[in-house]
Design a binder for this molecule. Sequence first.
Ligand code: FAD
Length: 315
Amino acid sequence: MNARARAITAEQPAELRAAGTDLSERRRSGVSRGRLIDVQSSPDMKGVAWDDSGAARIGALTSIAEVANDPRVADAYPGLAGAAKGLATPQIRHVATVGGNLAQRSRCWYYRNPQTMCLKKGDPICPARAGNHLYGVAFDLGPCVAPHPSTLAAALLAYDATVMTNLRAMLAITDLLGDGSNGLVDNLLQPGEIIKSVHLPPPLANERALYKRAISRSRAEWPLVEIVARATISDGSFELLRLVAGGVAPVPLRLFAAEAAAQGAPVNQSTIAEMANQALSGAMPLPMTRYKLALMKGLVRDVFERLLLAECGHE
Ligand SMILES: Cc1cc2nc3c(=O)[nH]c(=O)nc-3n(C[C@H](O)[C@H](O)[C@H](O)COP(=O)(O)OP(=O)(O)OC[C@H]3O[C@@H](n4cnc5c(N)ncnc54)[C@H](O)[C@@H]3O)c2cc1C
Protein backbone atom coordinates (compact mmCIF):
# COMPACT_ATOMS: atom_id res chain seq x y z
CA MET A 1 0.00 0.00 0.00
CA ASN A 2 1.39 3.42 -0.85
CA ALA A 3 1.88 6.06 1.87
CA ARG A 4 -1.13 8.10 0.79
CA ALA A 5 -3.48 5.12 0.82
CA ARG A 6 -2.11 4.08 4.22
CA ALA A 7 -2.71 7.53 5.69
CA ILE A 8 -6.29 7.68 4.40
CA THR A 9 -7.30 4.20 5.56
CA ALA A 10 -5.73 4.79 9.01
CA GLU A 11 -8.10 7.74 9.56
CA GLN A 12 -11.24 5.69 8.93
CA PRO A 13 -14.10 6.03 11.40
CA ALA A 14 -15.63 3.00 13.17
CA GLU A 15 -17.65 0.75 10.86
CA LEU A 16 -20.75 -1.28 11.70
CA ARG A 17 -20.68 -5.05 11.25
CA ALA A 18 -23.73 -7.28 10.78
CA ALA A 19 -22.84 -10.76 9.42
CA GLY A 20 -19.53 -9.43 8.09
CA THR A 21 -19.69 -11.12 4.66
CA ASP A 22 -18.87 -7.86 2.87
CA LEU A 23 -16.81 -6.32 5.63
CA SER A 24 -14.54 -9.30 6.29
CA GLU A 25 -13.19 -9.19 2.73
CA ARG A 26 -12.39 -5.49 3.08
CA ARG A 27 -10.74 -6.15 6.47
CA ARG A 28 -8.59 -8.93 5.02
CA SER A 29 -7.33 -6.71 2.24
CA GLY A 30 -6.84 -3.74 4.59
CA VAL A 31 -9.29 -1.50 2.73
CA SER A 32 -11.36 -1.21 5.96
CA ARG A 33 -9.11 -0.48 8.94
CA GLY A 34 -11.16 1.53 11.48
CA ARG A 35 -12.76 0.15 14.66
CA LEU A 36 -15.68 -2.27 14.31
CA ILE A 37 -19.01 -2.04 16.12
CA ASP A 38 -21.34 -5.04 15.93
CA VAL A 39 -24.93 -4.11 15.09
CA GLN A 40 -26.86 -4.86 18.27
CA SER A 41 -29.99 -6.92 17.86
CA SER A 42 -33.39 -5.78 19.12
CA PRO A 43 -36.74 -7.58 18.64
CA ASP A 44 -37.81 -5.30 15.77
CA MET A 45 -34.58 -6.02 13.88
CA LYS A 46 -35.15 -9.74 13.35
CA GLY A 47 -37.63 -11.60 11.19
CA VAL A 48 -40.62 -10.65 9.05
CA ALA A 49 -43.74 -9.21 10.70
CA TRP A 50 -47.09 -8.50 9.03
CA ASP A 51 -49.71 -5.88 9.84
CA ASP A 52 -53.47 -6.15 9.34
CA SER A 53 -53.29 -4.62 5.84
CA GLY A 54 -50.96 -7.44 4.72
CA ALA A 55 -47.86 -5.21 4.66
CA ALA A 56 -44.51 -6.63 5.76
CA ARG A 57 -41.81 -5.20 8.02
CA ILE A 58 -38.45 -6.92 7.64
CA GLY A 59 -35.88 -6.46 10.39
CA ALA A 60 -32.42 -5.35 9.25
CA LEU A 61 -30.77 -8.36 10.91
CA THR A 62 -33.05 -10.84 9.12
CA SER A 63 -30.96 -13.14 6.95
CA ILE A 64 -31.38 -13.03 3.18
CA ALA A 65 -32.20 -16.75 3.23
CA GLU A 66 -35.10 -16.07 5.58
CA VAL A 67 -36.52 -13.53 3.10
CA ALA A 68 -35.91 -15.91 0.17
CA ASN A 69 -37.54 -18.90 1.83
CA ASP A 70 -40.53 -17.31 3.56
CA PRO A 71 -43.62 -18.56 1.65
CA ARG A 72 -45.69 -15.52 2.65
CA VAL A 73 -42.99 -13.16 1.31
CA ALA A 74 -42.88 -15.18 -1.93
CA ASP A 75 -46.65 -14.91 -2.24
CA ALA A 76 -46.91 -11.18 -1.42
CA TYR A 77 -43.65 -9.91 -2.95
CA PRO A 78 -42.39 -12.44 -5.54
CA GLY A 79 -39.97 -9.90 -7.03
CA LEU A 80 -38.27 -9.47 -3.65
CA ALA A 81 -38.23 -13.18 -2.83
CA GLY A 82 -36.79 -13.91 -6.30
CA ALA A 83 -34.08 -11.29 -5.83
CA ALA A 84 -33.16 -12.69 -2.42
CA LYS A 85 -33.09 -16.24 -3.81
CA GLY A 86 -30.96 -15.23 -6.79
CA LEU A 87 -28.12 -13.40 -5.07
CA ALA A 88 -24.69 -14.63 -3.90
CA THR A 89 -24.51 -18.25 -2.66
CA PRO A 90 -26.59 -20.35 -0.25
CA GLN A 91 -23.84 -19.98 2.37
CA ILE A 92 -23.76 -16.17 2.07
CA ARG A 93 -27.54 -15.91 2.05
CA HIS A 94 -27.71 -18.03 5.19
CA VAL A 95 -25.79 -15.46 7.24
CA ALA A 96 -25.84 -12.15 5.32
CA THR A 97 -28.41 -9.65 6.53
CA VAL A 98 -30.90 -7.37 4.81
CA GLY A 99 -29.33 -4.25 6.38
CA GLY A 100 -25.83 -5.34 5.39
CA ASN A 101 -26.98 -6.01 1.85
CA LEU A 102 -28.39 -2.48 1.50
CA ALA A 103 -25.30 -0.86 3.04
CA GLN A 104 -22.63 -3.08 1.41
CA ARG A 105 -19.78 -1.27 -0.30
CA SER A 106 -18.86 -1.19 -3.97
CA ARG A 107 -17.46 -4.32 -5.65
CA CYS A 108 -15.19 -2.28 -7.94
CA TRP A 109 -11.80 -3.96 -8.17
CA TYR A 110 -9.98 -0.62 -7.90
CA TYR A 111 -11.85 0.19 -4.68
CA ARG A 112 -11.25 -3.30 -3.25
CA ASN A 113 -7.54 -3.31 -4.15
CA PRO A 114 -5.53 -1.86 -1.25
CA GLN A 115 -2.77 -0.87 -3.70
CA THR A 116 -4.91 1.49 -5.77
CA MET A 117 -6.57 4.77 -4.88
CA CYS A 118 -10.03 5.77 -6.10
CA LEU A 119 -12.78 8.30 -5.48
CA LYS A 120 -14.25 6.25 -2.65
CA LYS A 121 -10.86 6.22 -0.93
CA GLY A 122 -10.39 9.97 -1.26
CA ASP A 123 -8.67 10.35 -4.63
CA PRO A 124 -9.99 12.99 -7.03
CA ILE A 125 -10.40 10.55 -9.93
CA CYS A 126 -12.04 7.22 -10.67
CA PRO A 127 -9.32 4.98 -12.12
CA ALA A 128 -11.88 2.61 -13.66
CA ARG A 129 -13.13 5.31 -16.00
CA ALA A 130 -9.92 5.36 -18.03
CA GLY A 131 -8.99 1.83 -16.94
CA ASN A 132 -10.79 -1.53 -16.96
CA HIS A 133 -14.52 -0.96 -16.41
CA LEU A 134 -15.87 -4.14 -18.00
CA TYR A 135 -18.37 -4.60 -15.14
CA GLY A 136 -19.03 -0.86 -14.83
CA VAL A 137 -22.11 1.24 -15.41
CA ALA A 138 -24.03 1.60 -18.67
CA PHE A 139 -25.86 4.66 -17.30
CA ASP A 140 -22.99 7.00 -16.50
CA LEU A 141 -24.67 9.18 -13.88
CA GLY A 142 -21.78 10.18 -11.63
CA PRO A 143 -18.04 10.38 -11.23
CA CYS A 144 -17.67 6.74 -9.99
CA VAL A 145 -18.37 4.15 -12.68
CA ALA A 146 -19.05 1.16 -10.41
CA PRO A 147 -22.64 -0.13 -10.38
CA HIS A 148 -24.41 -0.26 -7.03
CA PRO A 149 -23.95 -3.76 -5.62
CA SER A 150 -27.25 -4.30 -3.76
CA THR A 151 -29.75 -6.64 -5.41
CA LEU A 152 -32.21 -6.18 -2.55
CA ALA A 153 -32.12 -2.40 -3.06
CA ALA A 154 -33.29 -2.87 -6.67
CA ALA A 155 -36.17 -5.11 -5.55
CA LEU A 156 -37.14 -2.81 -2.67
CA LEU A 157 -37.15 0.19 -5.03
CA ALA A 158 -39.59 -1.68 -7.28
CA TYR A 159 -41.87 -2.22 -4.28
CA ASP A 160 -41.71 1.43 -3.09
CA ALA A 161 -40.32 0.15 0.21
CA THR A 162 -39.11 2.51 2.94
CA VAL A 163 -36.30 2.12 5.44
CA MET A 164 -36.34 2.92 9.14
CA THR A 165 -33.07 3.80 10.86
CA ASN A 166 -32.22 4.78 14.43
CA LEU A 167 -32.19 8.41 13.22
CA ARG A 168 -34.83 8.62 10.48
CA ALA A 169 -38.10 6.99 9.42
CA MET A 170 -39.75 6.39 6.05
CA LEU A 171 -36.60 6.76 3.95
CA ALA A 172 -37.30 5.85 0.34
CA ILE A 173 -34.59 3.70 -1.29
CA THR A 174 -33.61 6.79 -3.27
CA ASP A 175 -33.18 8.73 0.02
CA LEU A 176 -31.01 5.92 1.35
CA LEU A 177 -28.81 5.50 -1.72
CA GLY A 178 -28.98 8.93 -3.42
CA ASP A 179 -28.88 9.49 -7.16
CA GLY A 180 -25.33 8.35 -7.86
CA SER A 181 -23.92 11.85 -8.21
CA ASN A 182 -21.75 11.49 -5.10
CA GLY A 183 -19.00 9.11 -6.16
CA LEU A 184 -17.48 8.98 -2.68
CA VAL A 185 -20.22 6.92 -1.10
CA ASP A 186 -22.46 3.90 -1.73
CA ASN A 187 -25.27 5.21 0.49
CA LEU A 188 -26.32 8.37 2.31
CA LEU A 189 -26.36 6.92 5.84
CA GLN A 190 -25.02 9.42 8.36
CA PRO A 191 -22.22 8.55 10.78
CA GLY A 192 -23.71 6.30 13.49
CA GLU A 193 -26.92 5.71 11.52
CA ILE A 194 -28.14 2.11 11.73
CA ILE A 195 -30.73 0.54 9.46
CA LYS A 196 -33.36 -1.00 11.75
CA SER A 197 -36.00 -2.31 9.35
CA VAL A 198 -37.48 -2.23 5.87
CA HIS A 199 -41.20 -1.58 5.31
CA LEU A 200 -43.18 -2.71 2.26
CA PRO A 201 -46.64 -1.53 1.25
CA PRO A 202 -49.38 -4.18 1.12
CA PRO A 203 -49.36 -6.15 -2.15
CA LEU A 204 -51.86 -5.11 -4.81
CA ALA A 205 -54.70 -7.37 -5.89
CA ASN A 206 -53.80 -9.50 -8.93
CA GLU A 207 -50.27 -8.22 -8.96
CA ARG A 208 -47.53 -10.31 -10.54
CA ALA A 209 -43.82 -9.71 -10.29
CA LEU A 210 -40.54 -11.31 -11.29
CA TYR A 211 -36.80 -10.93 -10.77
CA LYS A 212 -34.23 -12.01 -13.39
CA ARG A 213 -30.50 -11.47 -13.75
CA ALA A 214 -27.89 -11.84 -16.48
CA ILE A 215 -24.76 -13.19 -14.91
CA SER A 216 -21.35 -14.33 -16.06
CA ARG A 217 -21.51 -17.58 -14.07
CA SER A 218 -24.43 -19.42 -12.55
CA ARG A 219 -23.83 -18.39 -8.93
CA ALA A 220 -21.48 -16.60 -6.55
CA GLU A 221 -21.30 -13.52 -8.75
CA TRP A 222 -22.89 -10.11 -8.87
CA PRO A 223 -25.13 -9.72 -11.91
CA LEU A 224 -24.10 -7.94 -15.07
CA VAL A 225 -27.67 -6.69 -15.27
CA GLU A 226 -30.70 -7.45 -13.12
CA ILE A 227 -34.35 -6.57 -13.60
CA VAL A 228 -37.26 -6.46 -11.17
CA ALA A 229 -40.68 -6.06 -12.76
CA ARG A 230 -44.15 -5.68 -11.25
CA ALA A 231 -47.38 -5.37 -13.16
CA THR A 232 -51.12 -5.41 -12.77
CA ILE A 233 -53.27 -6.00 -15.81
CA SER A 234 -56.81 -4.78 -16.25
CA ASP A 235 -59.06 -5.50 -19.28
CA GLY A 236 -56.09 -6.68 -21.31
CA SER A 237 -53.99 -3.55 -20.67
CA PHE A 238 -51.08 -2.81 -18.40
CA GLU A 239 -52.22 -0.89 -15.35
CA LEU A 240 -49.59 -0.46 -12.63
CA LEU A 241 -46.02 -1.00 -13.78
CA ARG A 242 -42.74 -0.92 -11.92
CA LEU A 243 -39.51 -1.69 -13.73
CA VAL A 244 -36.15 -1.39 -11.98
CA ALA A 245 -32.68 -2.27 -13.25
CA GLY A 246 -29.65 -3.09 -11.11
CA GLY A 247 -26.04 -3.58 -12.13
CA VAL A 248 -26.11 -0.77 -14.69
CA ALA A 249 -25.84 2.50 -12.73
CA PRO A 250 -24.33 3.83 -9.49
CA VAL A 251 -27.77 3.31 -7.92
CA PRO A 252 -30.63 0.96 -8.85
CA LEU A 253 -32.60 2.65 -11.62
CA ARG A 254 -36.32 2.93 -12.01
CA LEU A 255 -36.99 2.79 -15.76
CA PHE A 256 -39.65 5.49 -15.99
CA ALA A 257 -39.68 5.76 -19.79
CA ALA A 258 -40.31 2.02 -20.17
CA GLU A 259 -43.07 2.14 -17.57
CA ALA A 260 -44.70 5.10 -19.35
CA ALA A 261 -44.50 3.32 -22.72
CA ALA A 262 -46.60 0.44 -21.43
CA GLN A 263 -48.96 2.18 -19.01
CA GLY A 264 -52.49 1.70 -20.34
CA ALA A 265 -51.20 -0.07 -23.48
CA PRO A 266 -52.50 -3.49 -24.55
CA VAL A 267 -50.67 -6.48 -23.16
CA ASN A 268 -49.00 -7.84 -26.28
CA GLN A 269 -45.62 -8.41 -27.90
CA SER A 270 -45.42 -5.00 -29.49
CA THR A 271 -45.94 -3.24 -26.12
CA ILE A 272 -43.28 -5.44 -24.57
CA ALA A 273 -40.89 -4.66 -27.43
CA GLU A 274 -41.49 -0.93 -26.98
CA MET A 275 -40.92 -1.27 -23.23
CA ALA A 276 -37.61 -3.01 -23.90
CA ASN A 277 -36.56 -0.21 -26.30
CA GLN A 278 -37.54 2.49 -23.82
CA ALA A 279 -35.67 0.73 -21.00
CA LEU A 280 -32.48 2.06 -22.58
CA SER A 281 -33.61 5.72 -22.46
CA GLY A 282 -30.87 7.81 -20.92
CA ALA A 283 -28.25 5.07 -21.25
CA MET A 284 -24.67 6.33 -21.49
CA PRO A 285 -22.49 3.26 -21.79
CA LEU A 286 -18.74 3.34 -21.29
CA PRO A 287 -16.45 1.93 -23.99
CA MET A 288 -16.50 -1.53 -22.35
CA THR A 289 -20.11 -1.64 -21.11
CA ARG A 290 -22.14 -1.29 -24.30
CA TYR A 291 -22.85 -5.05 -24.07
CA LYS A 292 -24.98 -4.39 -20.98
CA LEU A 293 -27.58 -2.56 -23.07
CA ALA A 294 -28.27 -5.64 -25.21
CA LEU A 295 -28.50 -7.75 -22.04
CA MET A 296 -30.85 -5.28 -20.45
CA LYS A 297 -33.16 -5.11 -23.45
CA GLY A 298 -33.29 -8.89 -23.65
CA LEU A 299 -33.96 -9.25 -19.92
CA VAL A 300 -36.87 -6.79 -19.99
CA ARG A 301 -38.48 -8.77 -22.82
CA ASP A 302 -37.81 -12.05 -21.10
CA VAL A 303 -39.24 -10.90 -17.76
CA PHE A 304 -42.46 -9.59 -19.29
CA GLU A 305 -42.97 -12.60 -21.54
CA ARG A 306 -42.67 -14.78 -18.45
CA LEU A 307 -45.08 -12.58 -16.51
CA LEU A 308 -47.63 -12.96 -19.28
CA LEU A 309 -47.18 -16.72 -19.41
CA ALA A 310 -47.86 -16.66 -15.67
CA GLU A 311 -51.01 -14.62 -16.45
CA CYS A 312 -52.15 -17.37 -18.80
CA GLY A 313 -51.47 -19.96 -16.13
CA HIS A 314 -48.37 -21.42 -17.81
CA GLU A 315 -45.95 -20.58 -15.02
C1 FAD B 1 -19.53 -14.48 -3.99
C2 FAD B 1 -20.51 -13.40 -3.58
C3 FAD B 1 -21.54 -13.04 -4.44
C4 FAD B 1 -22.43 -12.02 -4.07
N1 FAD B 1 -23.45 -11.68 -4.93
C5 FAD B 1 -24.30 -10.68 -4.57
C6 FAD B 1 -25.37 -10.28 -5.43
O1 FAD B 1 -25.57 -10.82 -6.51
N2 FAD B 1 -26.18 -9.28 -5.01
C7 FAD B 1 -26.02 -8.66 -3.80
O2 FAD B 1 -26.79 -7.79 -3.46
N3 FAD B 1 -25.01 -9.01 -2.98
C8 FAD B 1 -24.17 -10.00 -3.33
N4 FAD B 1 -23.16 -10.35 -2.48
C9 FAD B 1 -22.91 -9.54 -1.29
C10 FAD B 1 -23.64 -10.01 -0.06
O3 FAD B 1 -25.01 -10.03 -0.32
C11 FAD B 1 -23.27 -9.03 1.04
O4 FAD B 1 -21.93 -9.31 1.41
C12 FAD B 1 -24.15 -9.16 2.25
O5 FAD B 1 -25.49 -8.91 1.92
C13 FAD B 1 -23.73 -8.20 3.33
O6 FAD B 1 -24.49 -8.46 4.49
P1 FAD B 1 -23.76 -8.60 5.88
O7 FAD B 1 -24.82 -8.76 6.92
O8 FAD B 1 -22.72 -9.68 5.85
O9 FAD B 1 -23.08 -7.17 5.98
P2 FAD B 1 -21.68 -6.74 6.62
O10 FAD B 1 -20.56 -7.28 5.85
O11 FAD B 1 -21.70 -6.99 8.09
O12 FAD B 1 -21.79 -5.17 6.39
C14 FAD B 1 -21.76 -4.64 5.09
C15 FAD B 1 -21.78 -3.12 5.19
O13 FAD B 1 -23.03 -2.69 5.67
C16 FAD B 1 -22.90 -1.93 6.87
N5 FAD B 1 -24.04 -2.36 7.70
C17 FAD B 1 -24.35 -3.64 8.03
N6 FAD B 1 -25.51 -3.66 8.71
C18 FAD B 1 -25.92 -2.37 8.81
C19 FAD B 1 -27.06 -1.75 9.40
N7 FAD B 1 -28.03 -2.45 10.02
N8 FAD B 1 -27.17 -0.41 9.33
C20 FAD B 1 -26.21 0.33 8.69
N9 FAD B 1 -25.13 -0.20 8.09
C21 FAD B 1 -24.98 -1.55 8.17
C22 FAD B 1 -21.55 -2.29 7.43
O14 FAD B 1 -20.99 -1.22 8.17
C23 FAD B 1 -20.75 -2.58 6.18
O15 FAD B 1 -20.23 -1.38 5.64
C24 FAD B 1 -22.28 -11.38 -2.82
C25 FAD B 1 -21.25 -11.76 -1.95
C26 FAD B 1 -20.36 -12.74 -2.34
C27 FAD B 1 -19.25 -13.09 -1.38
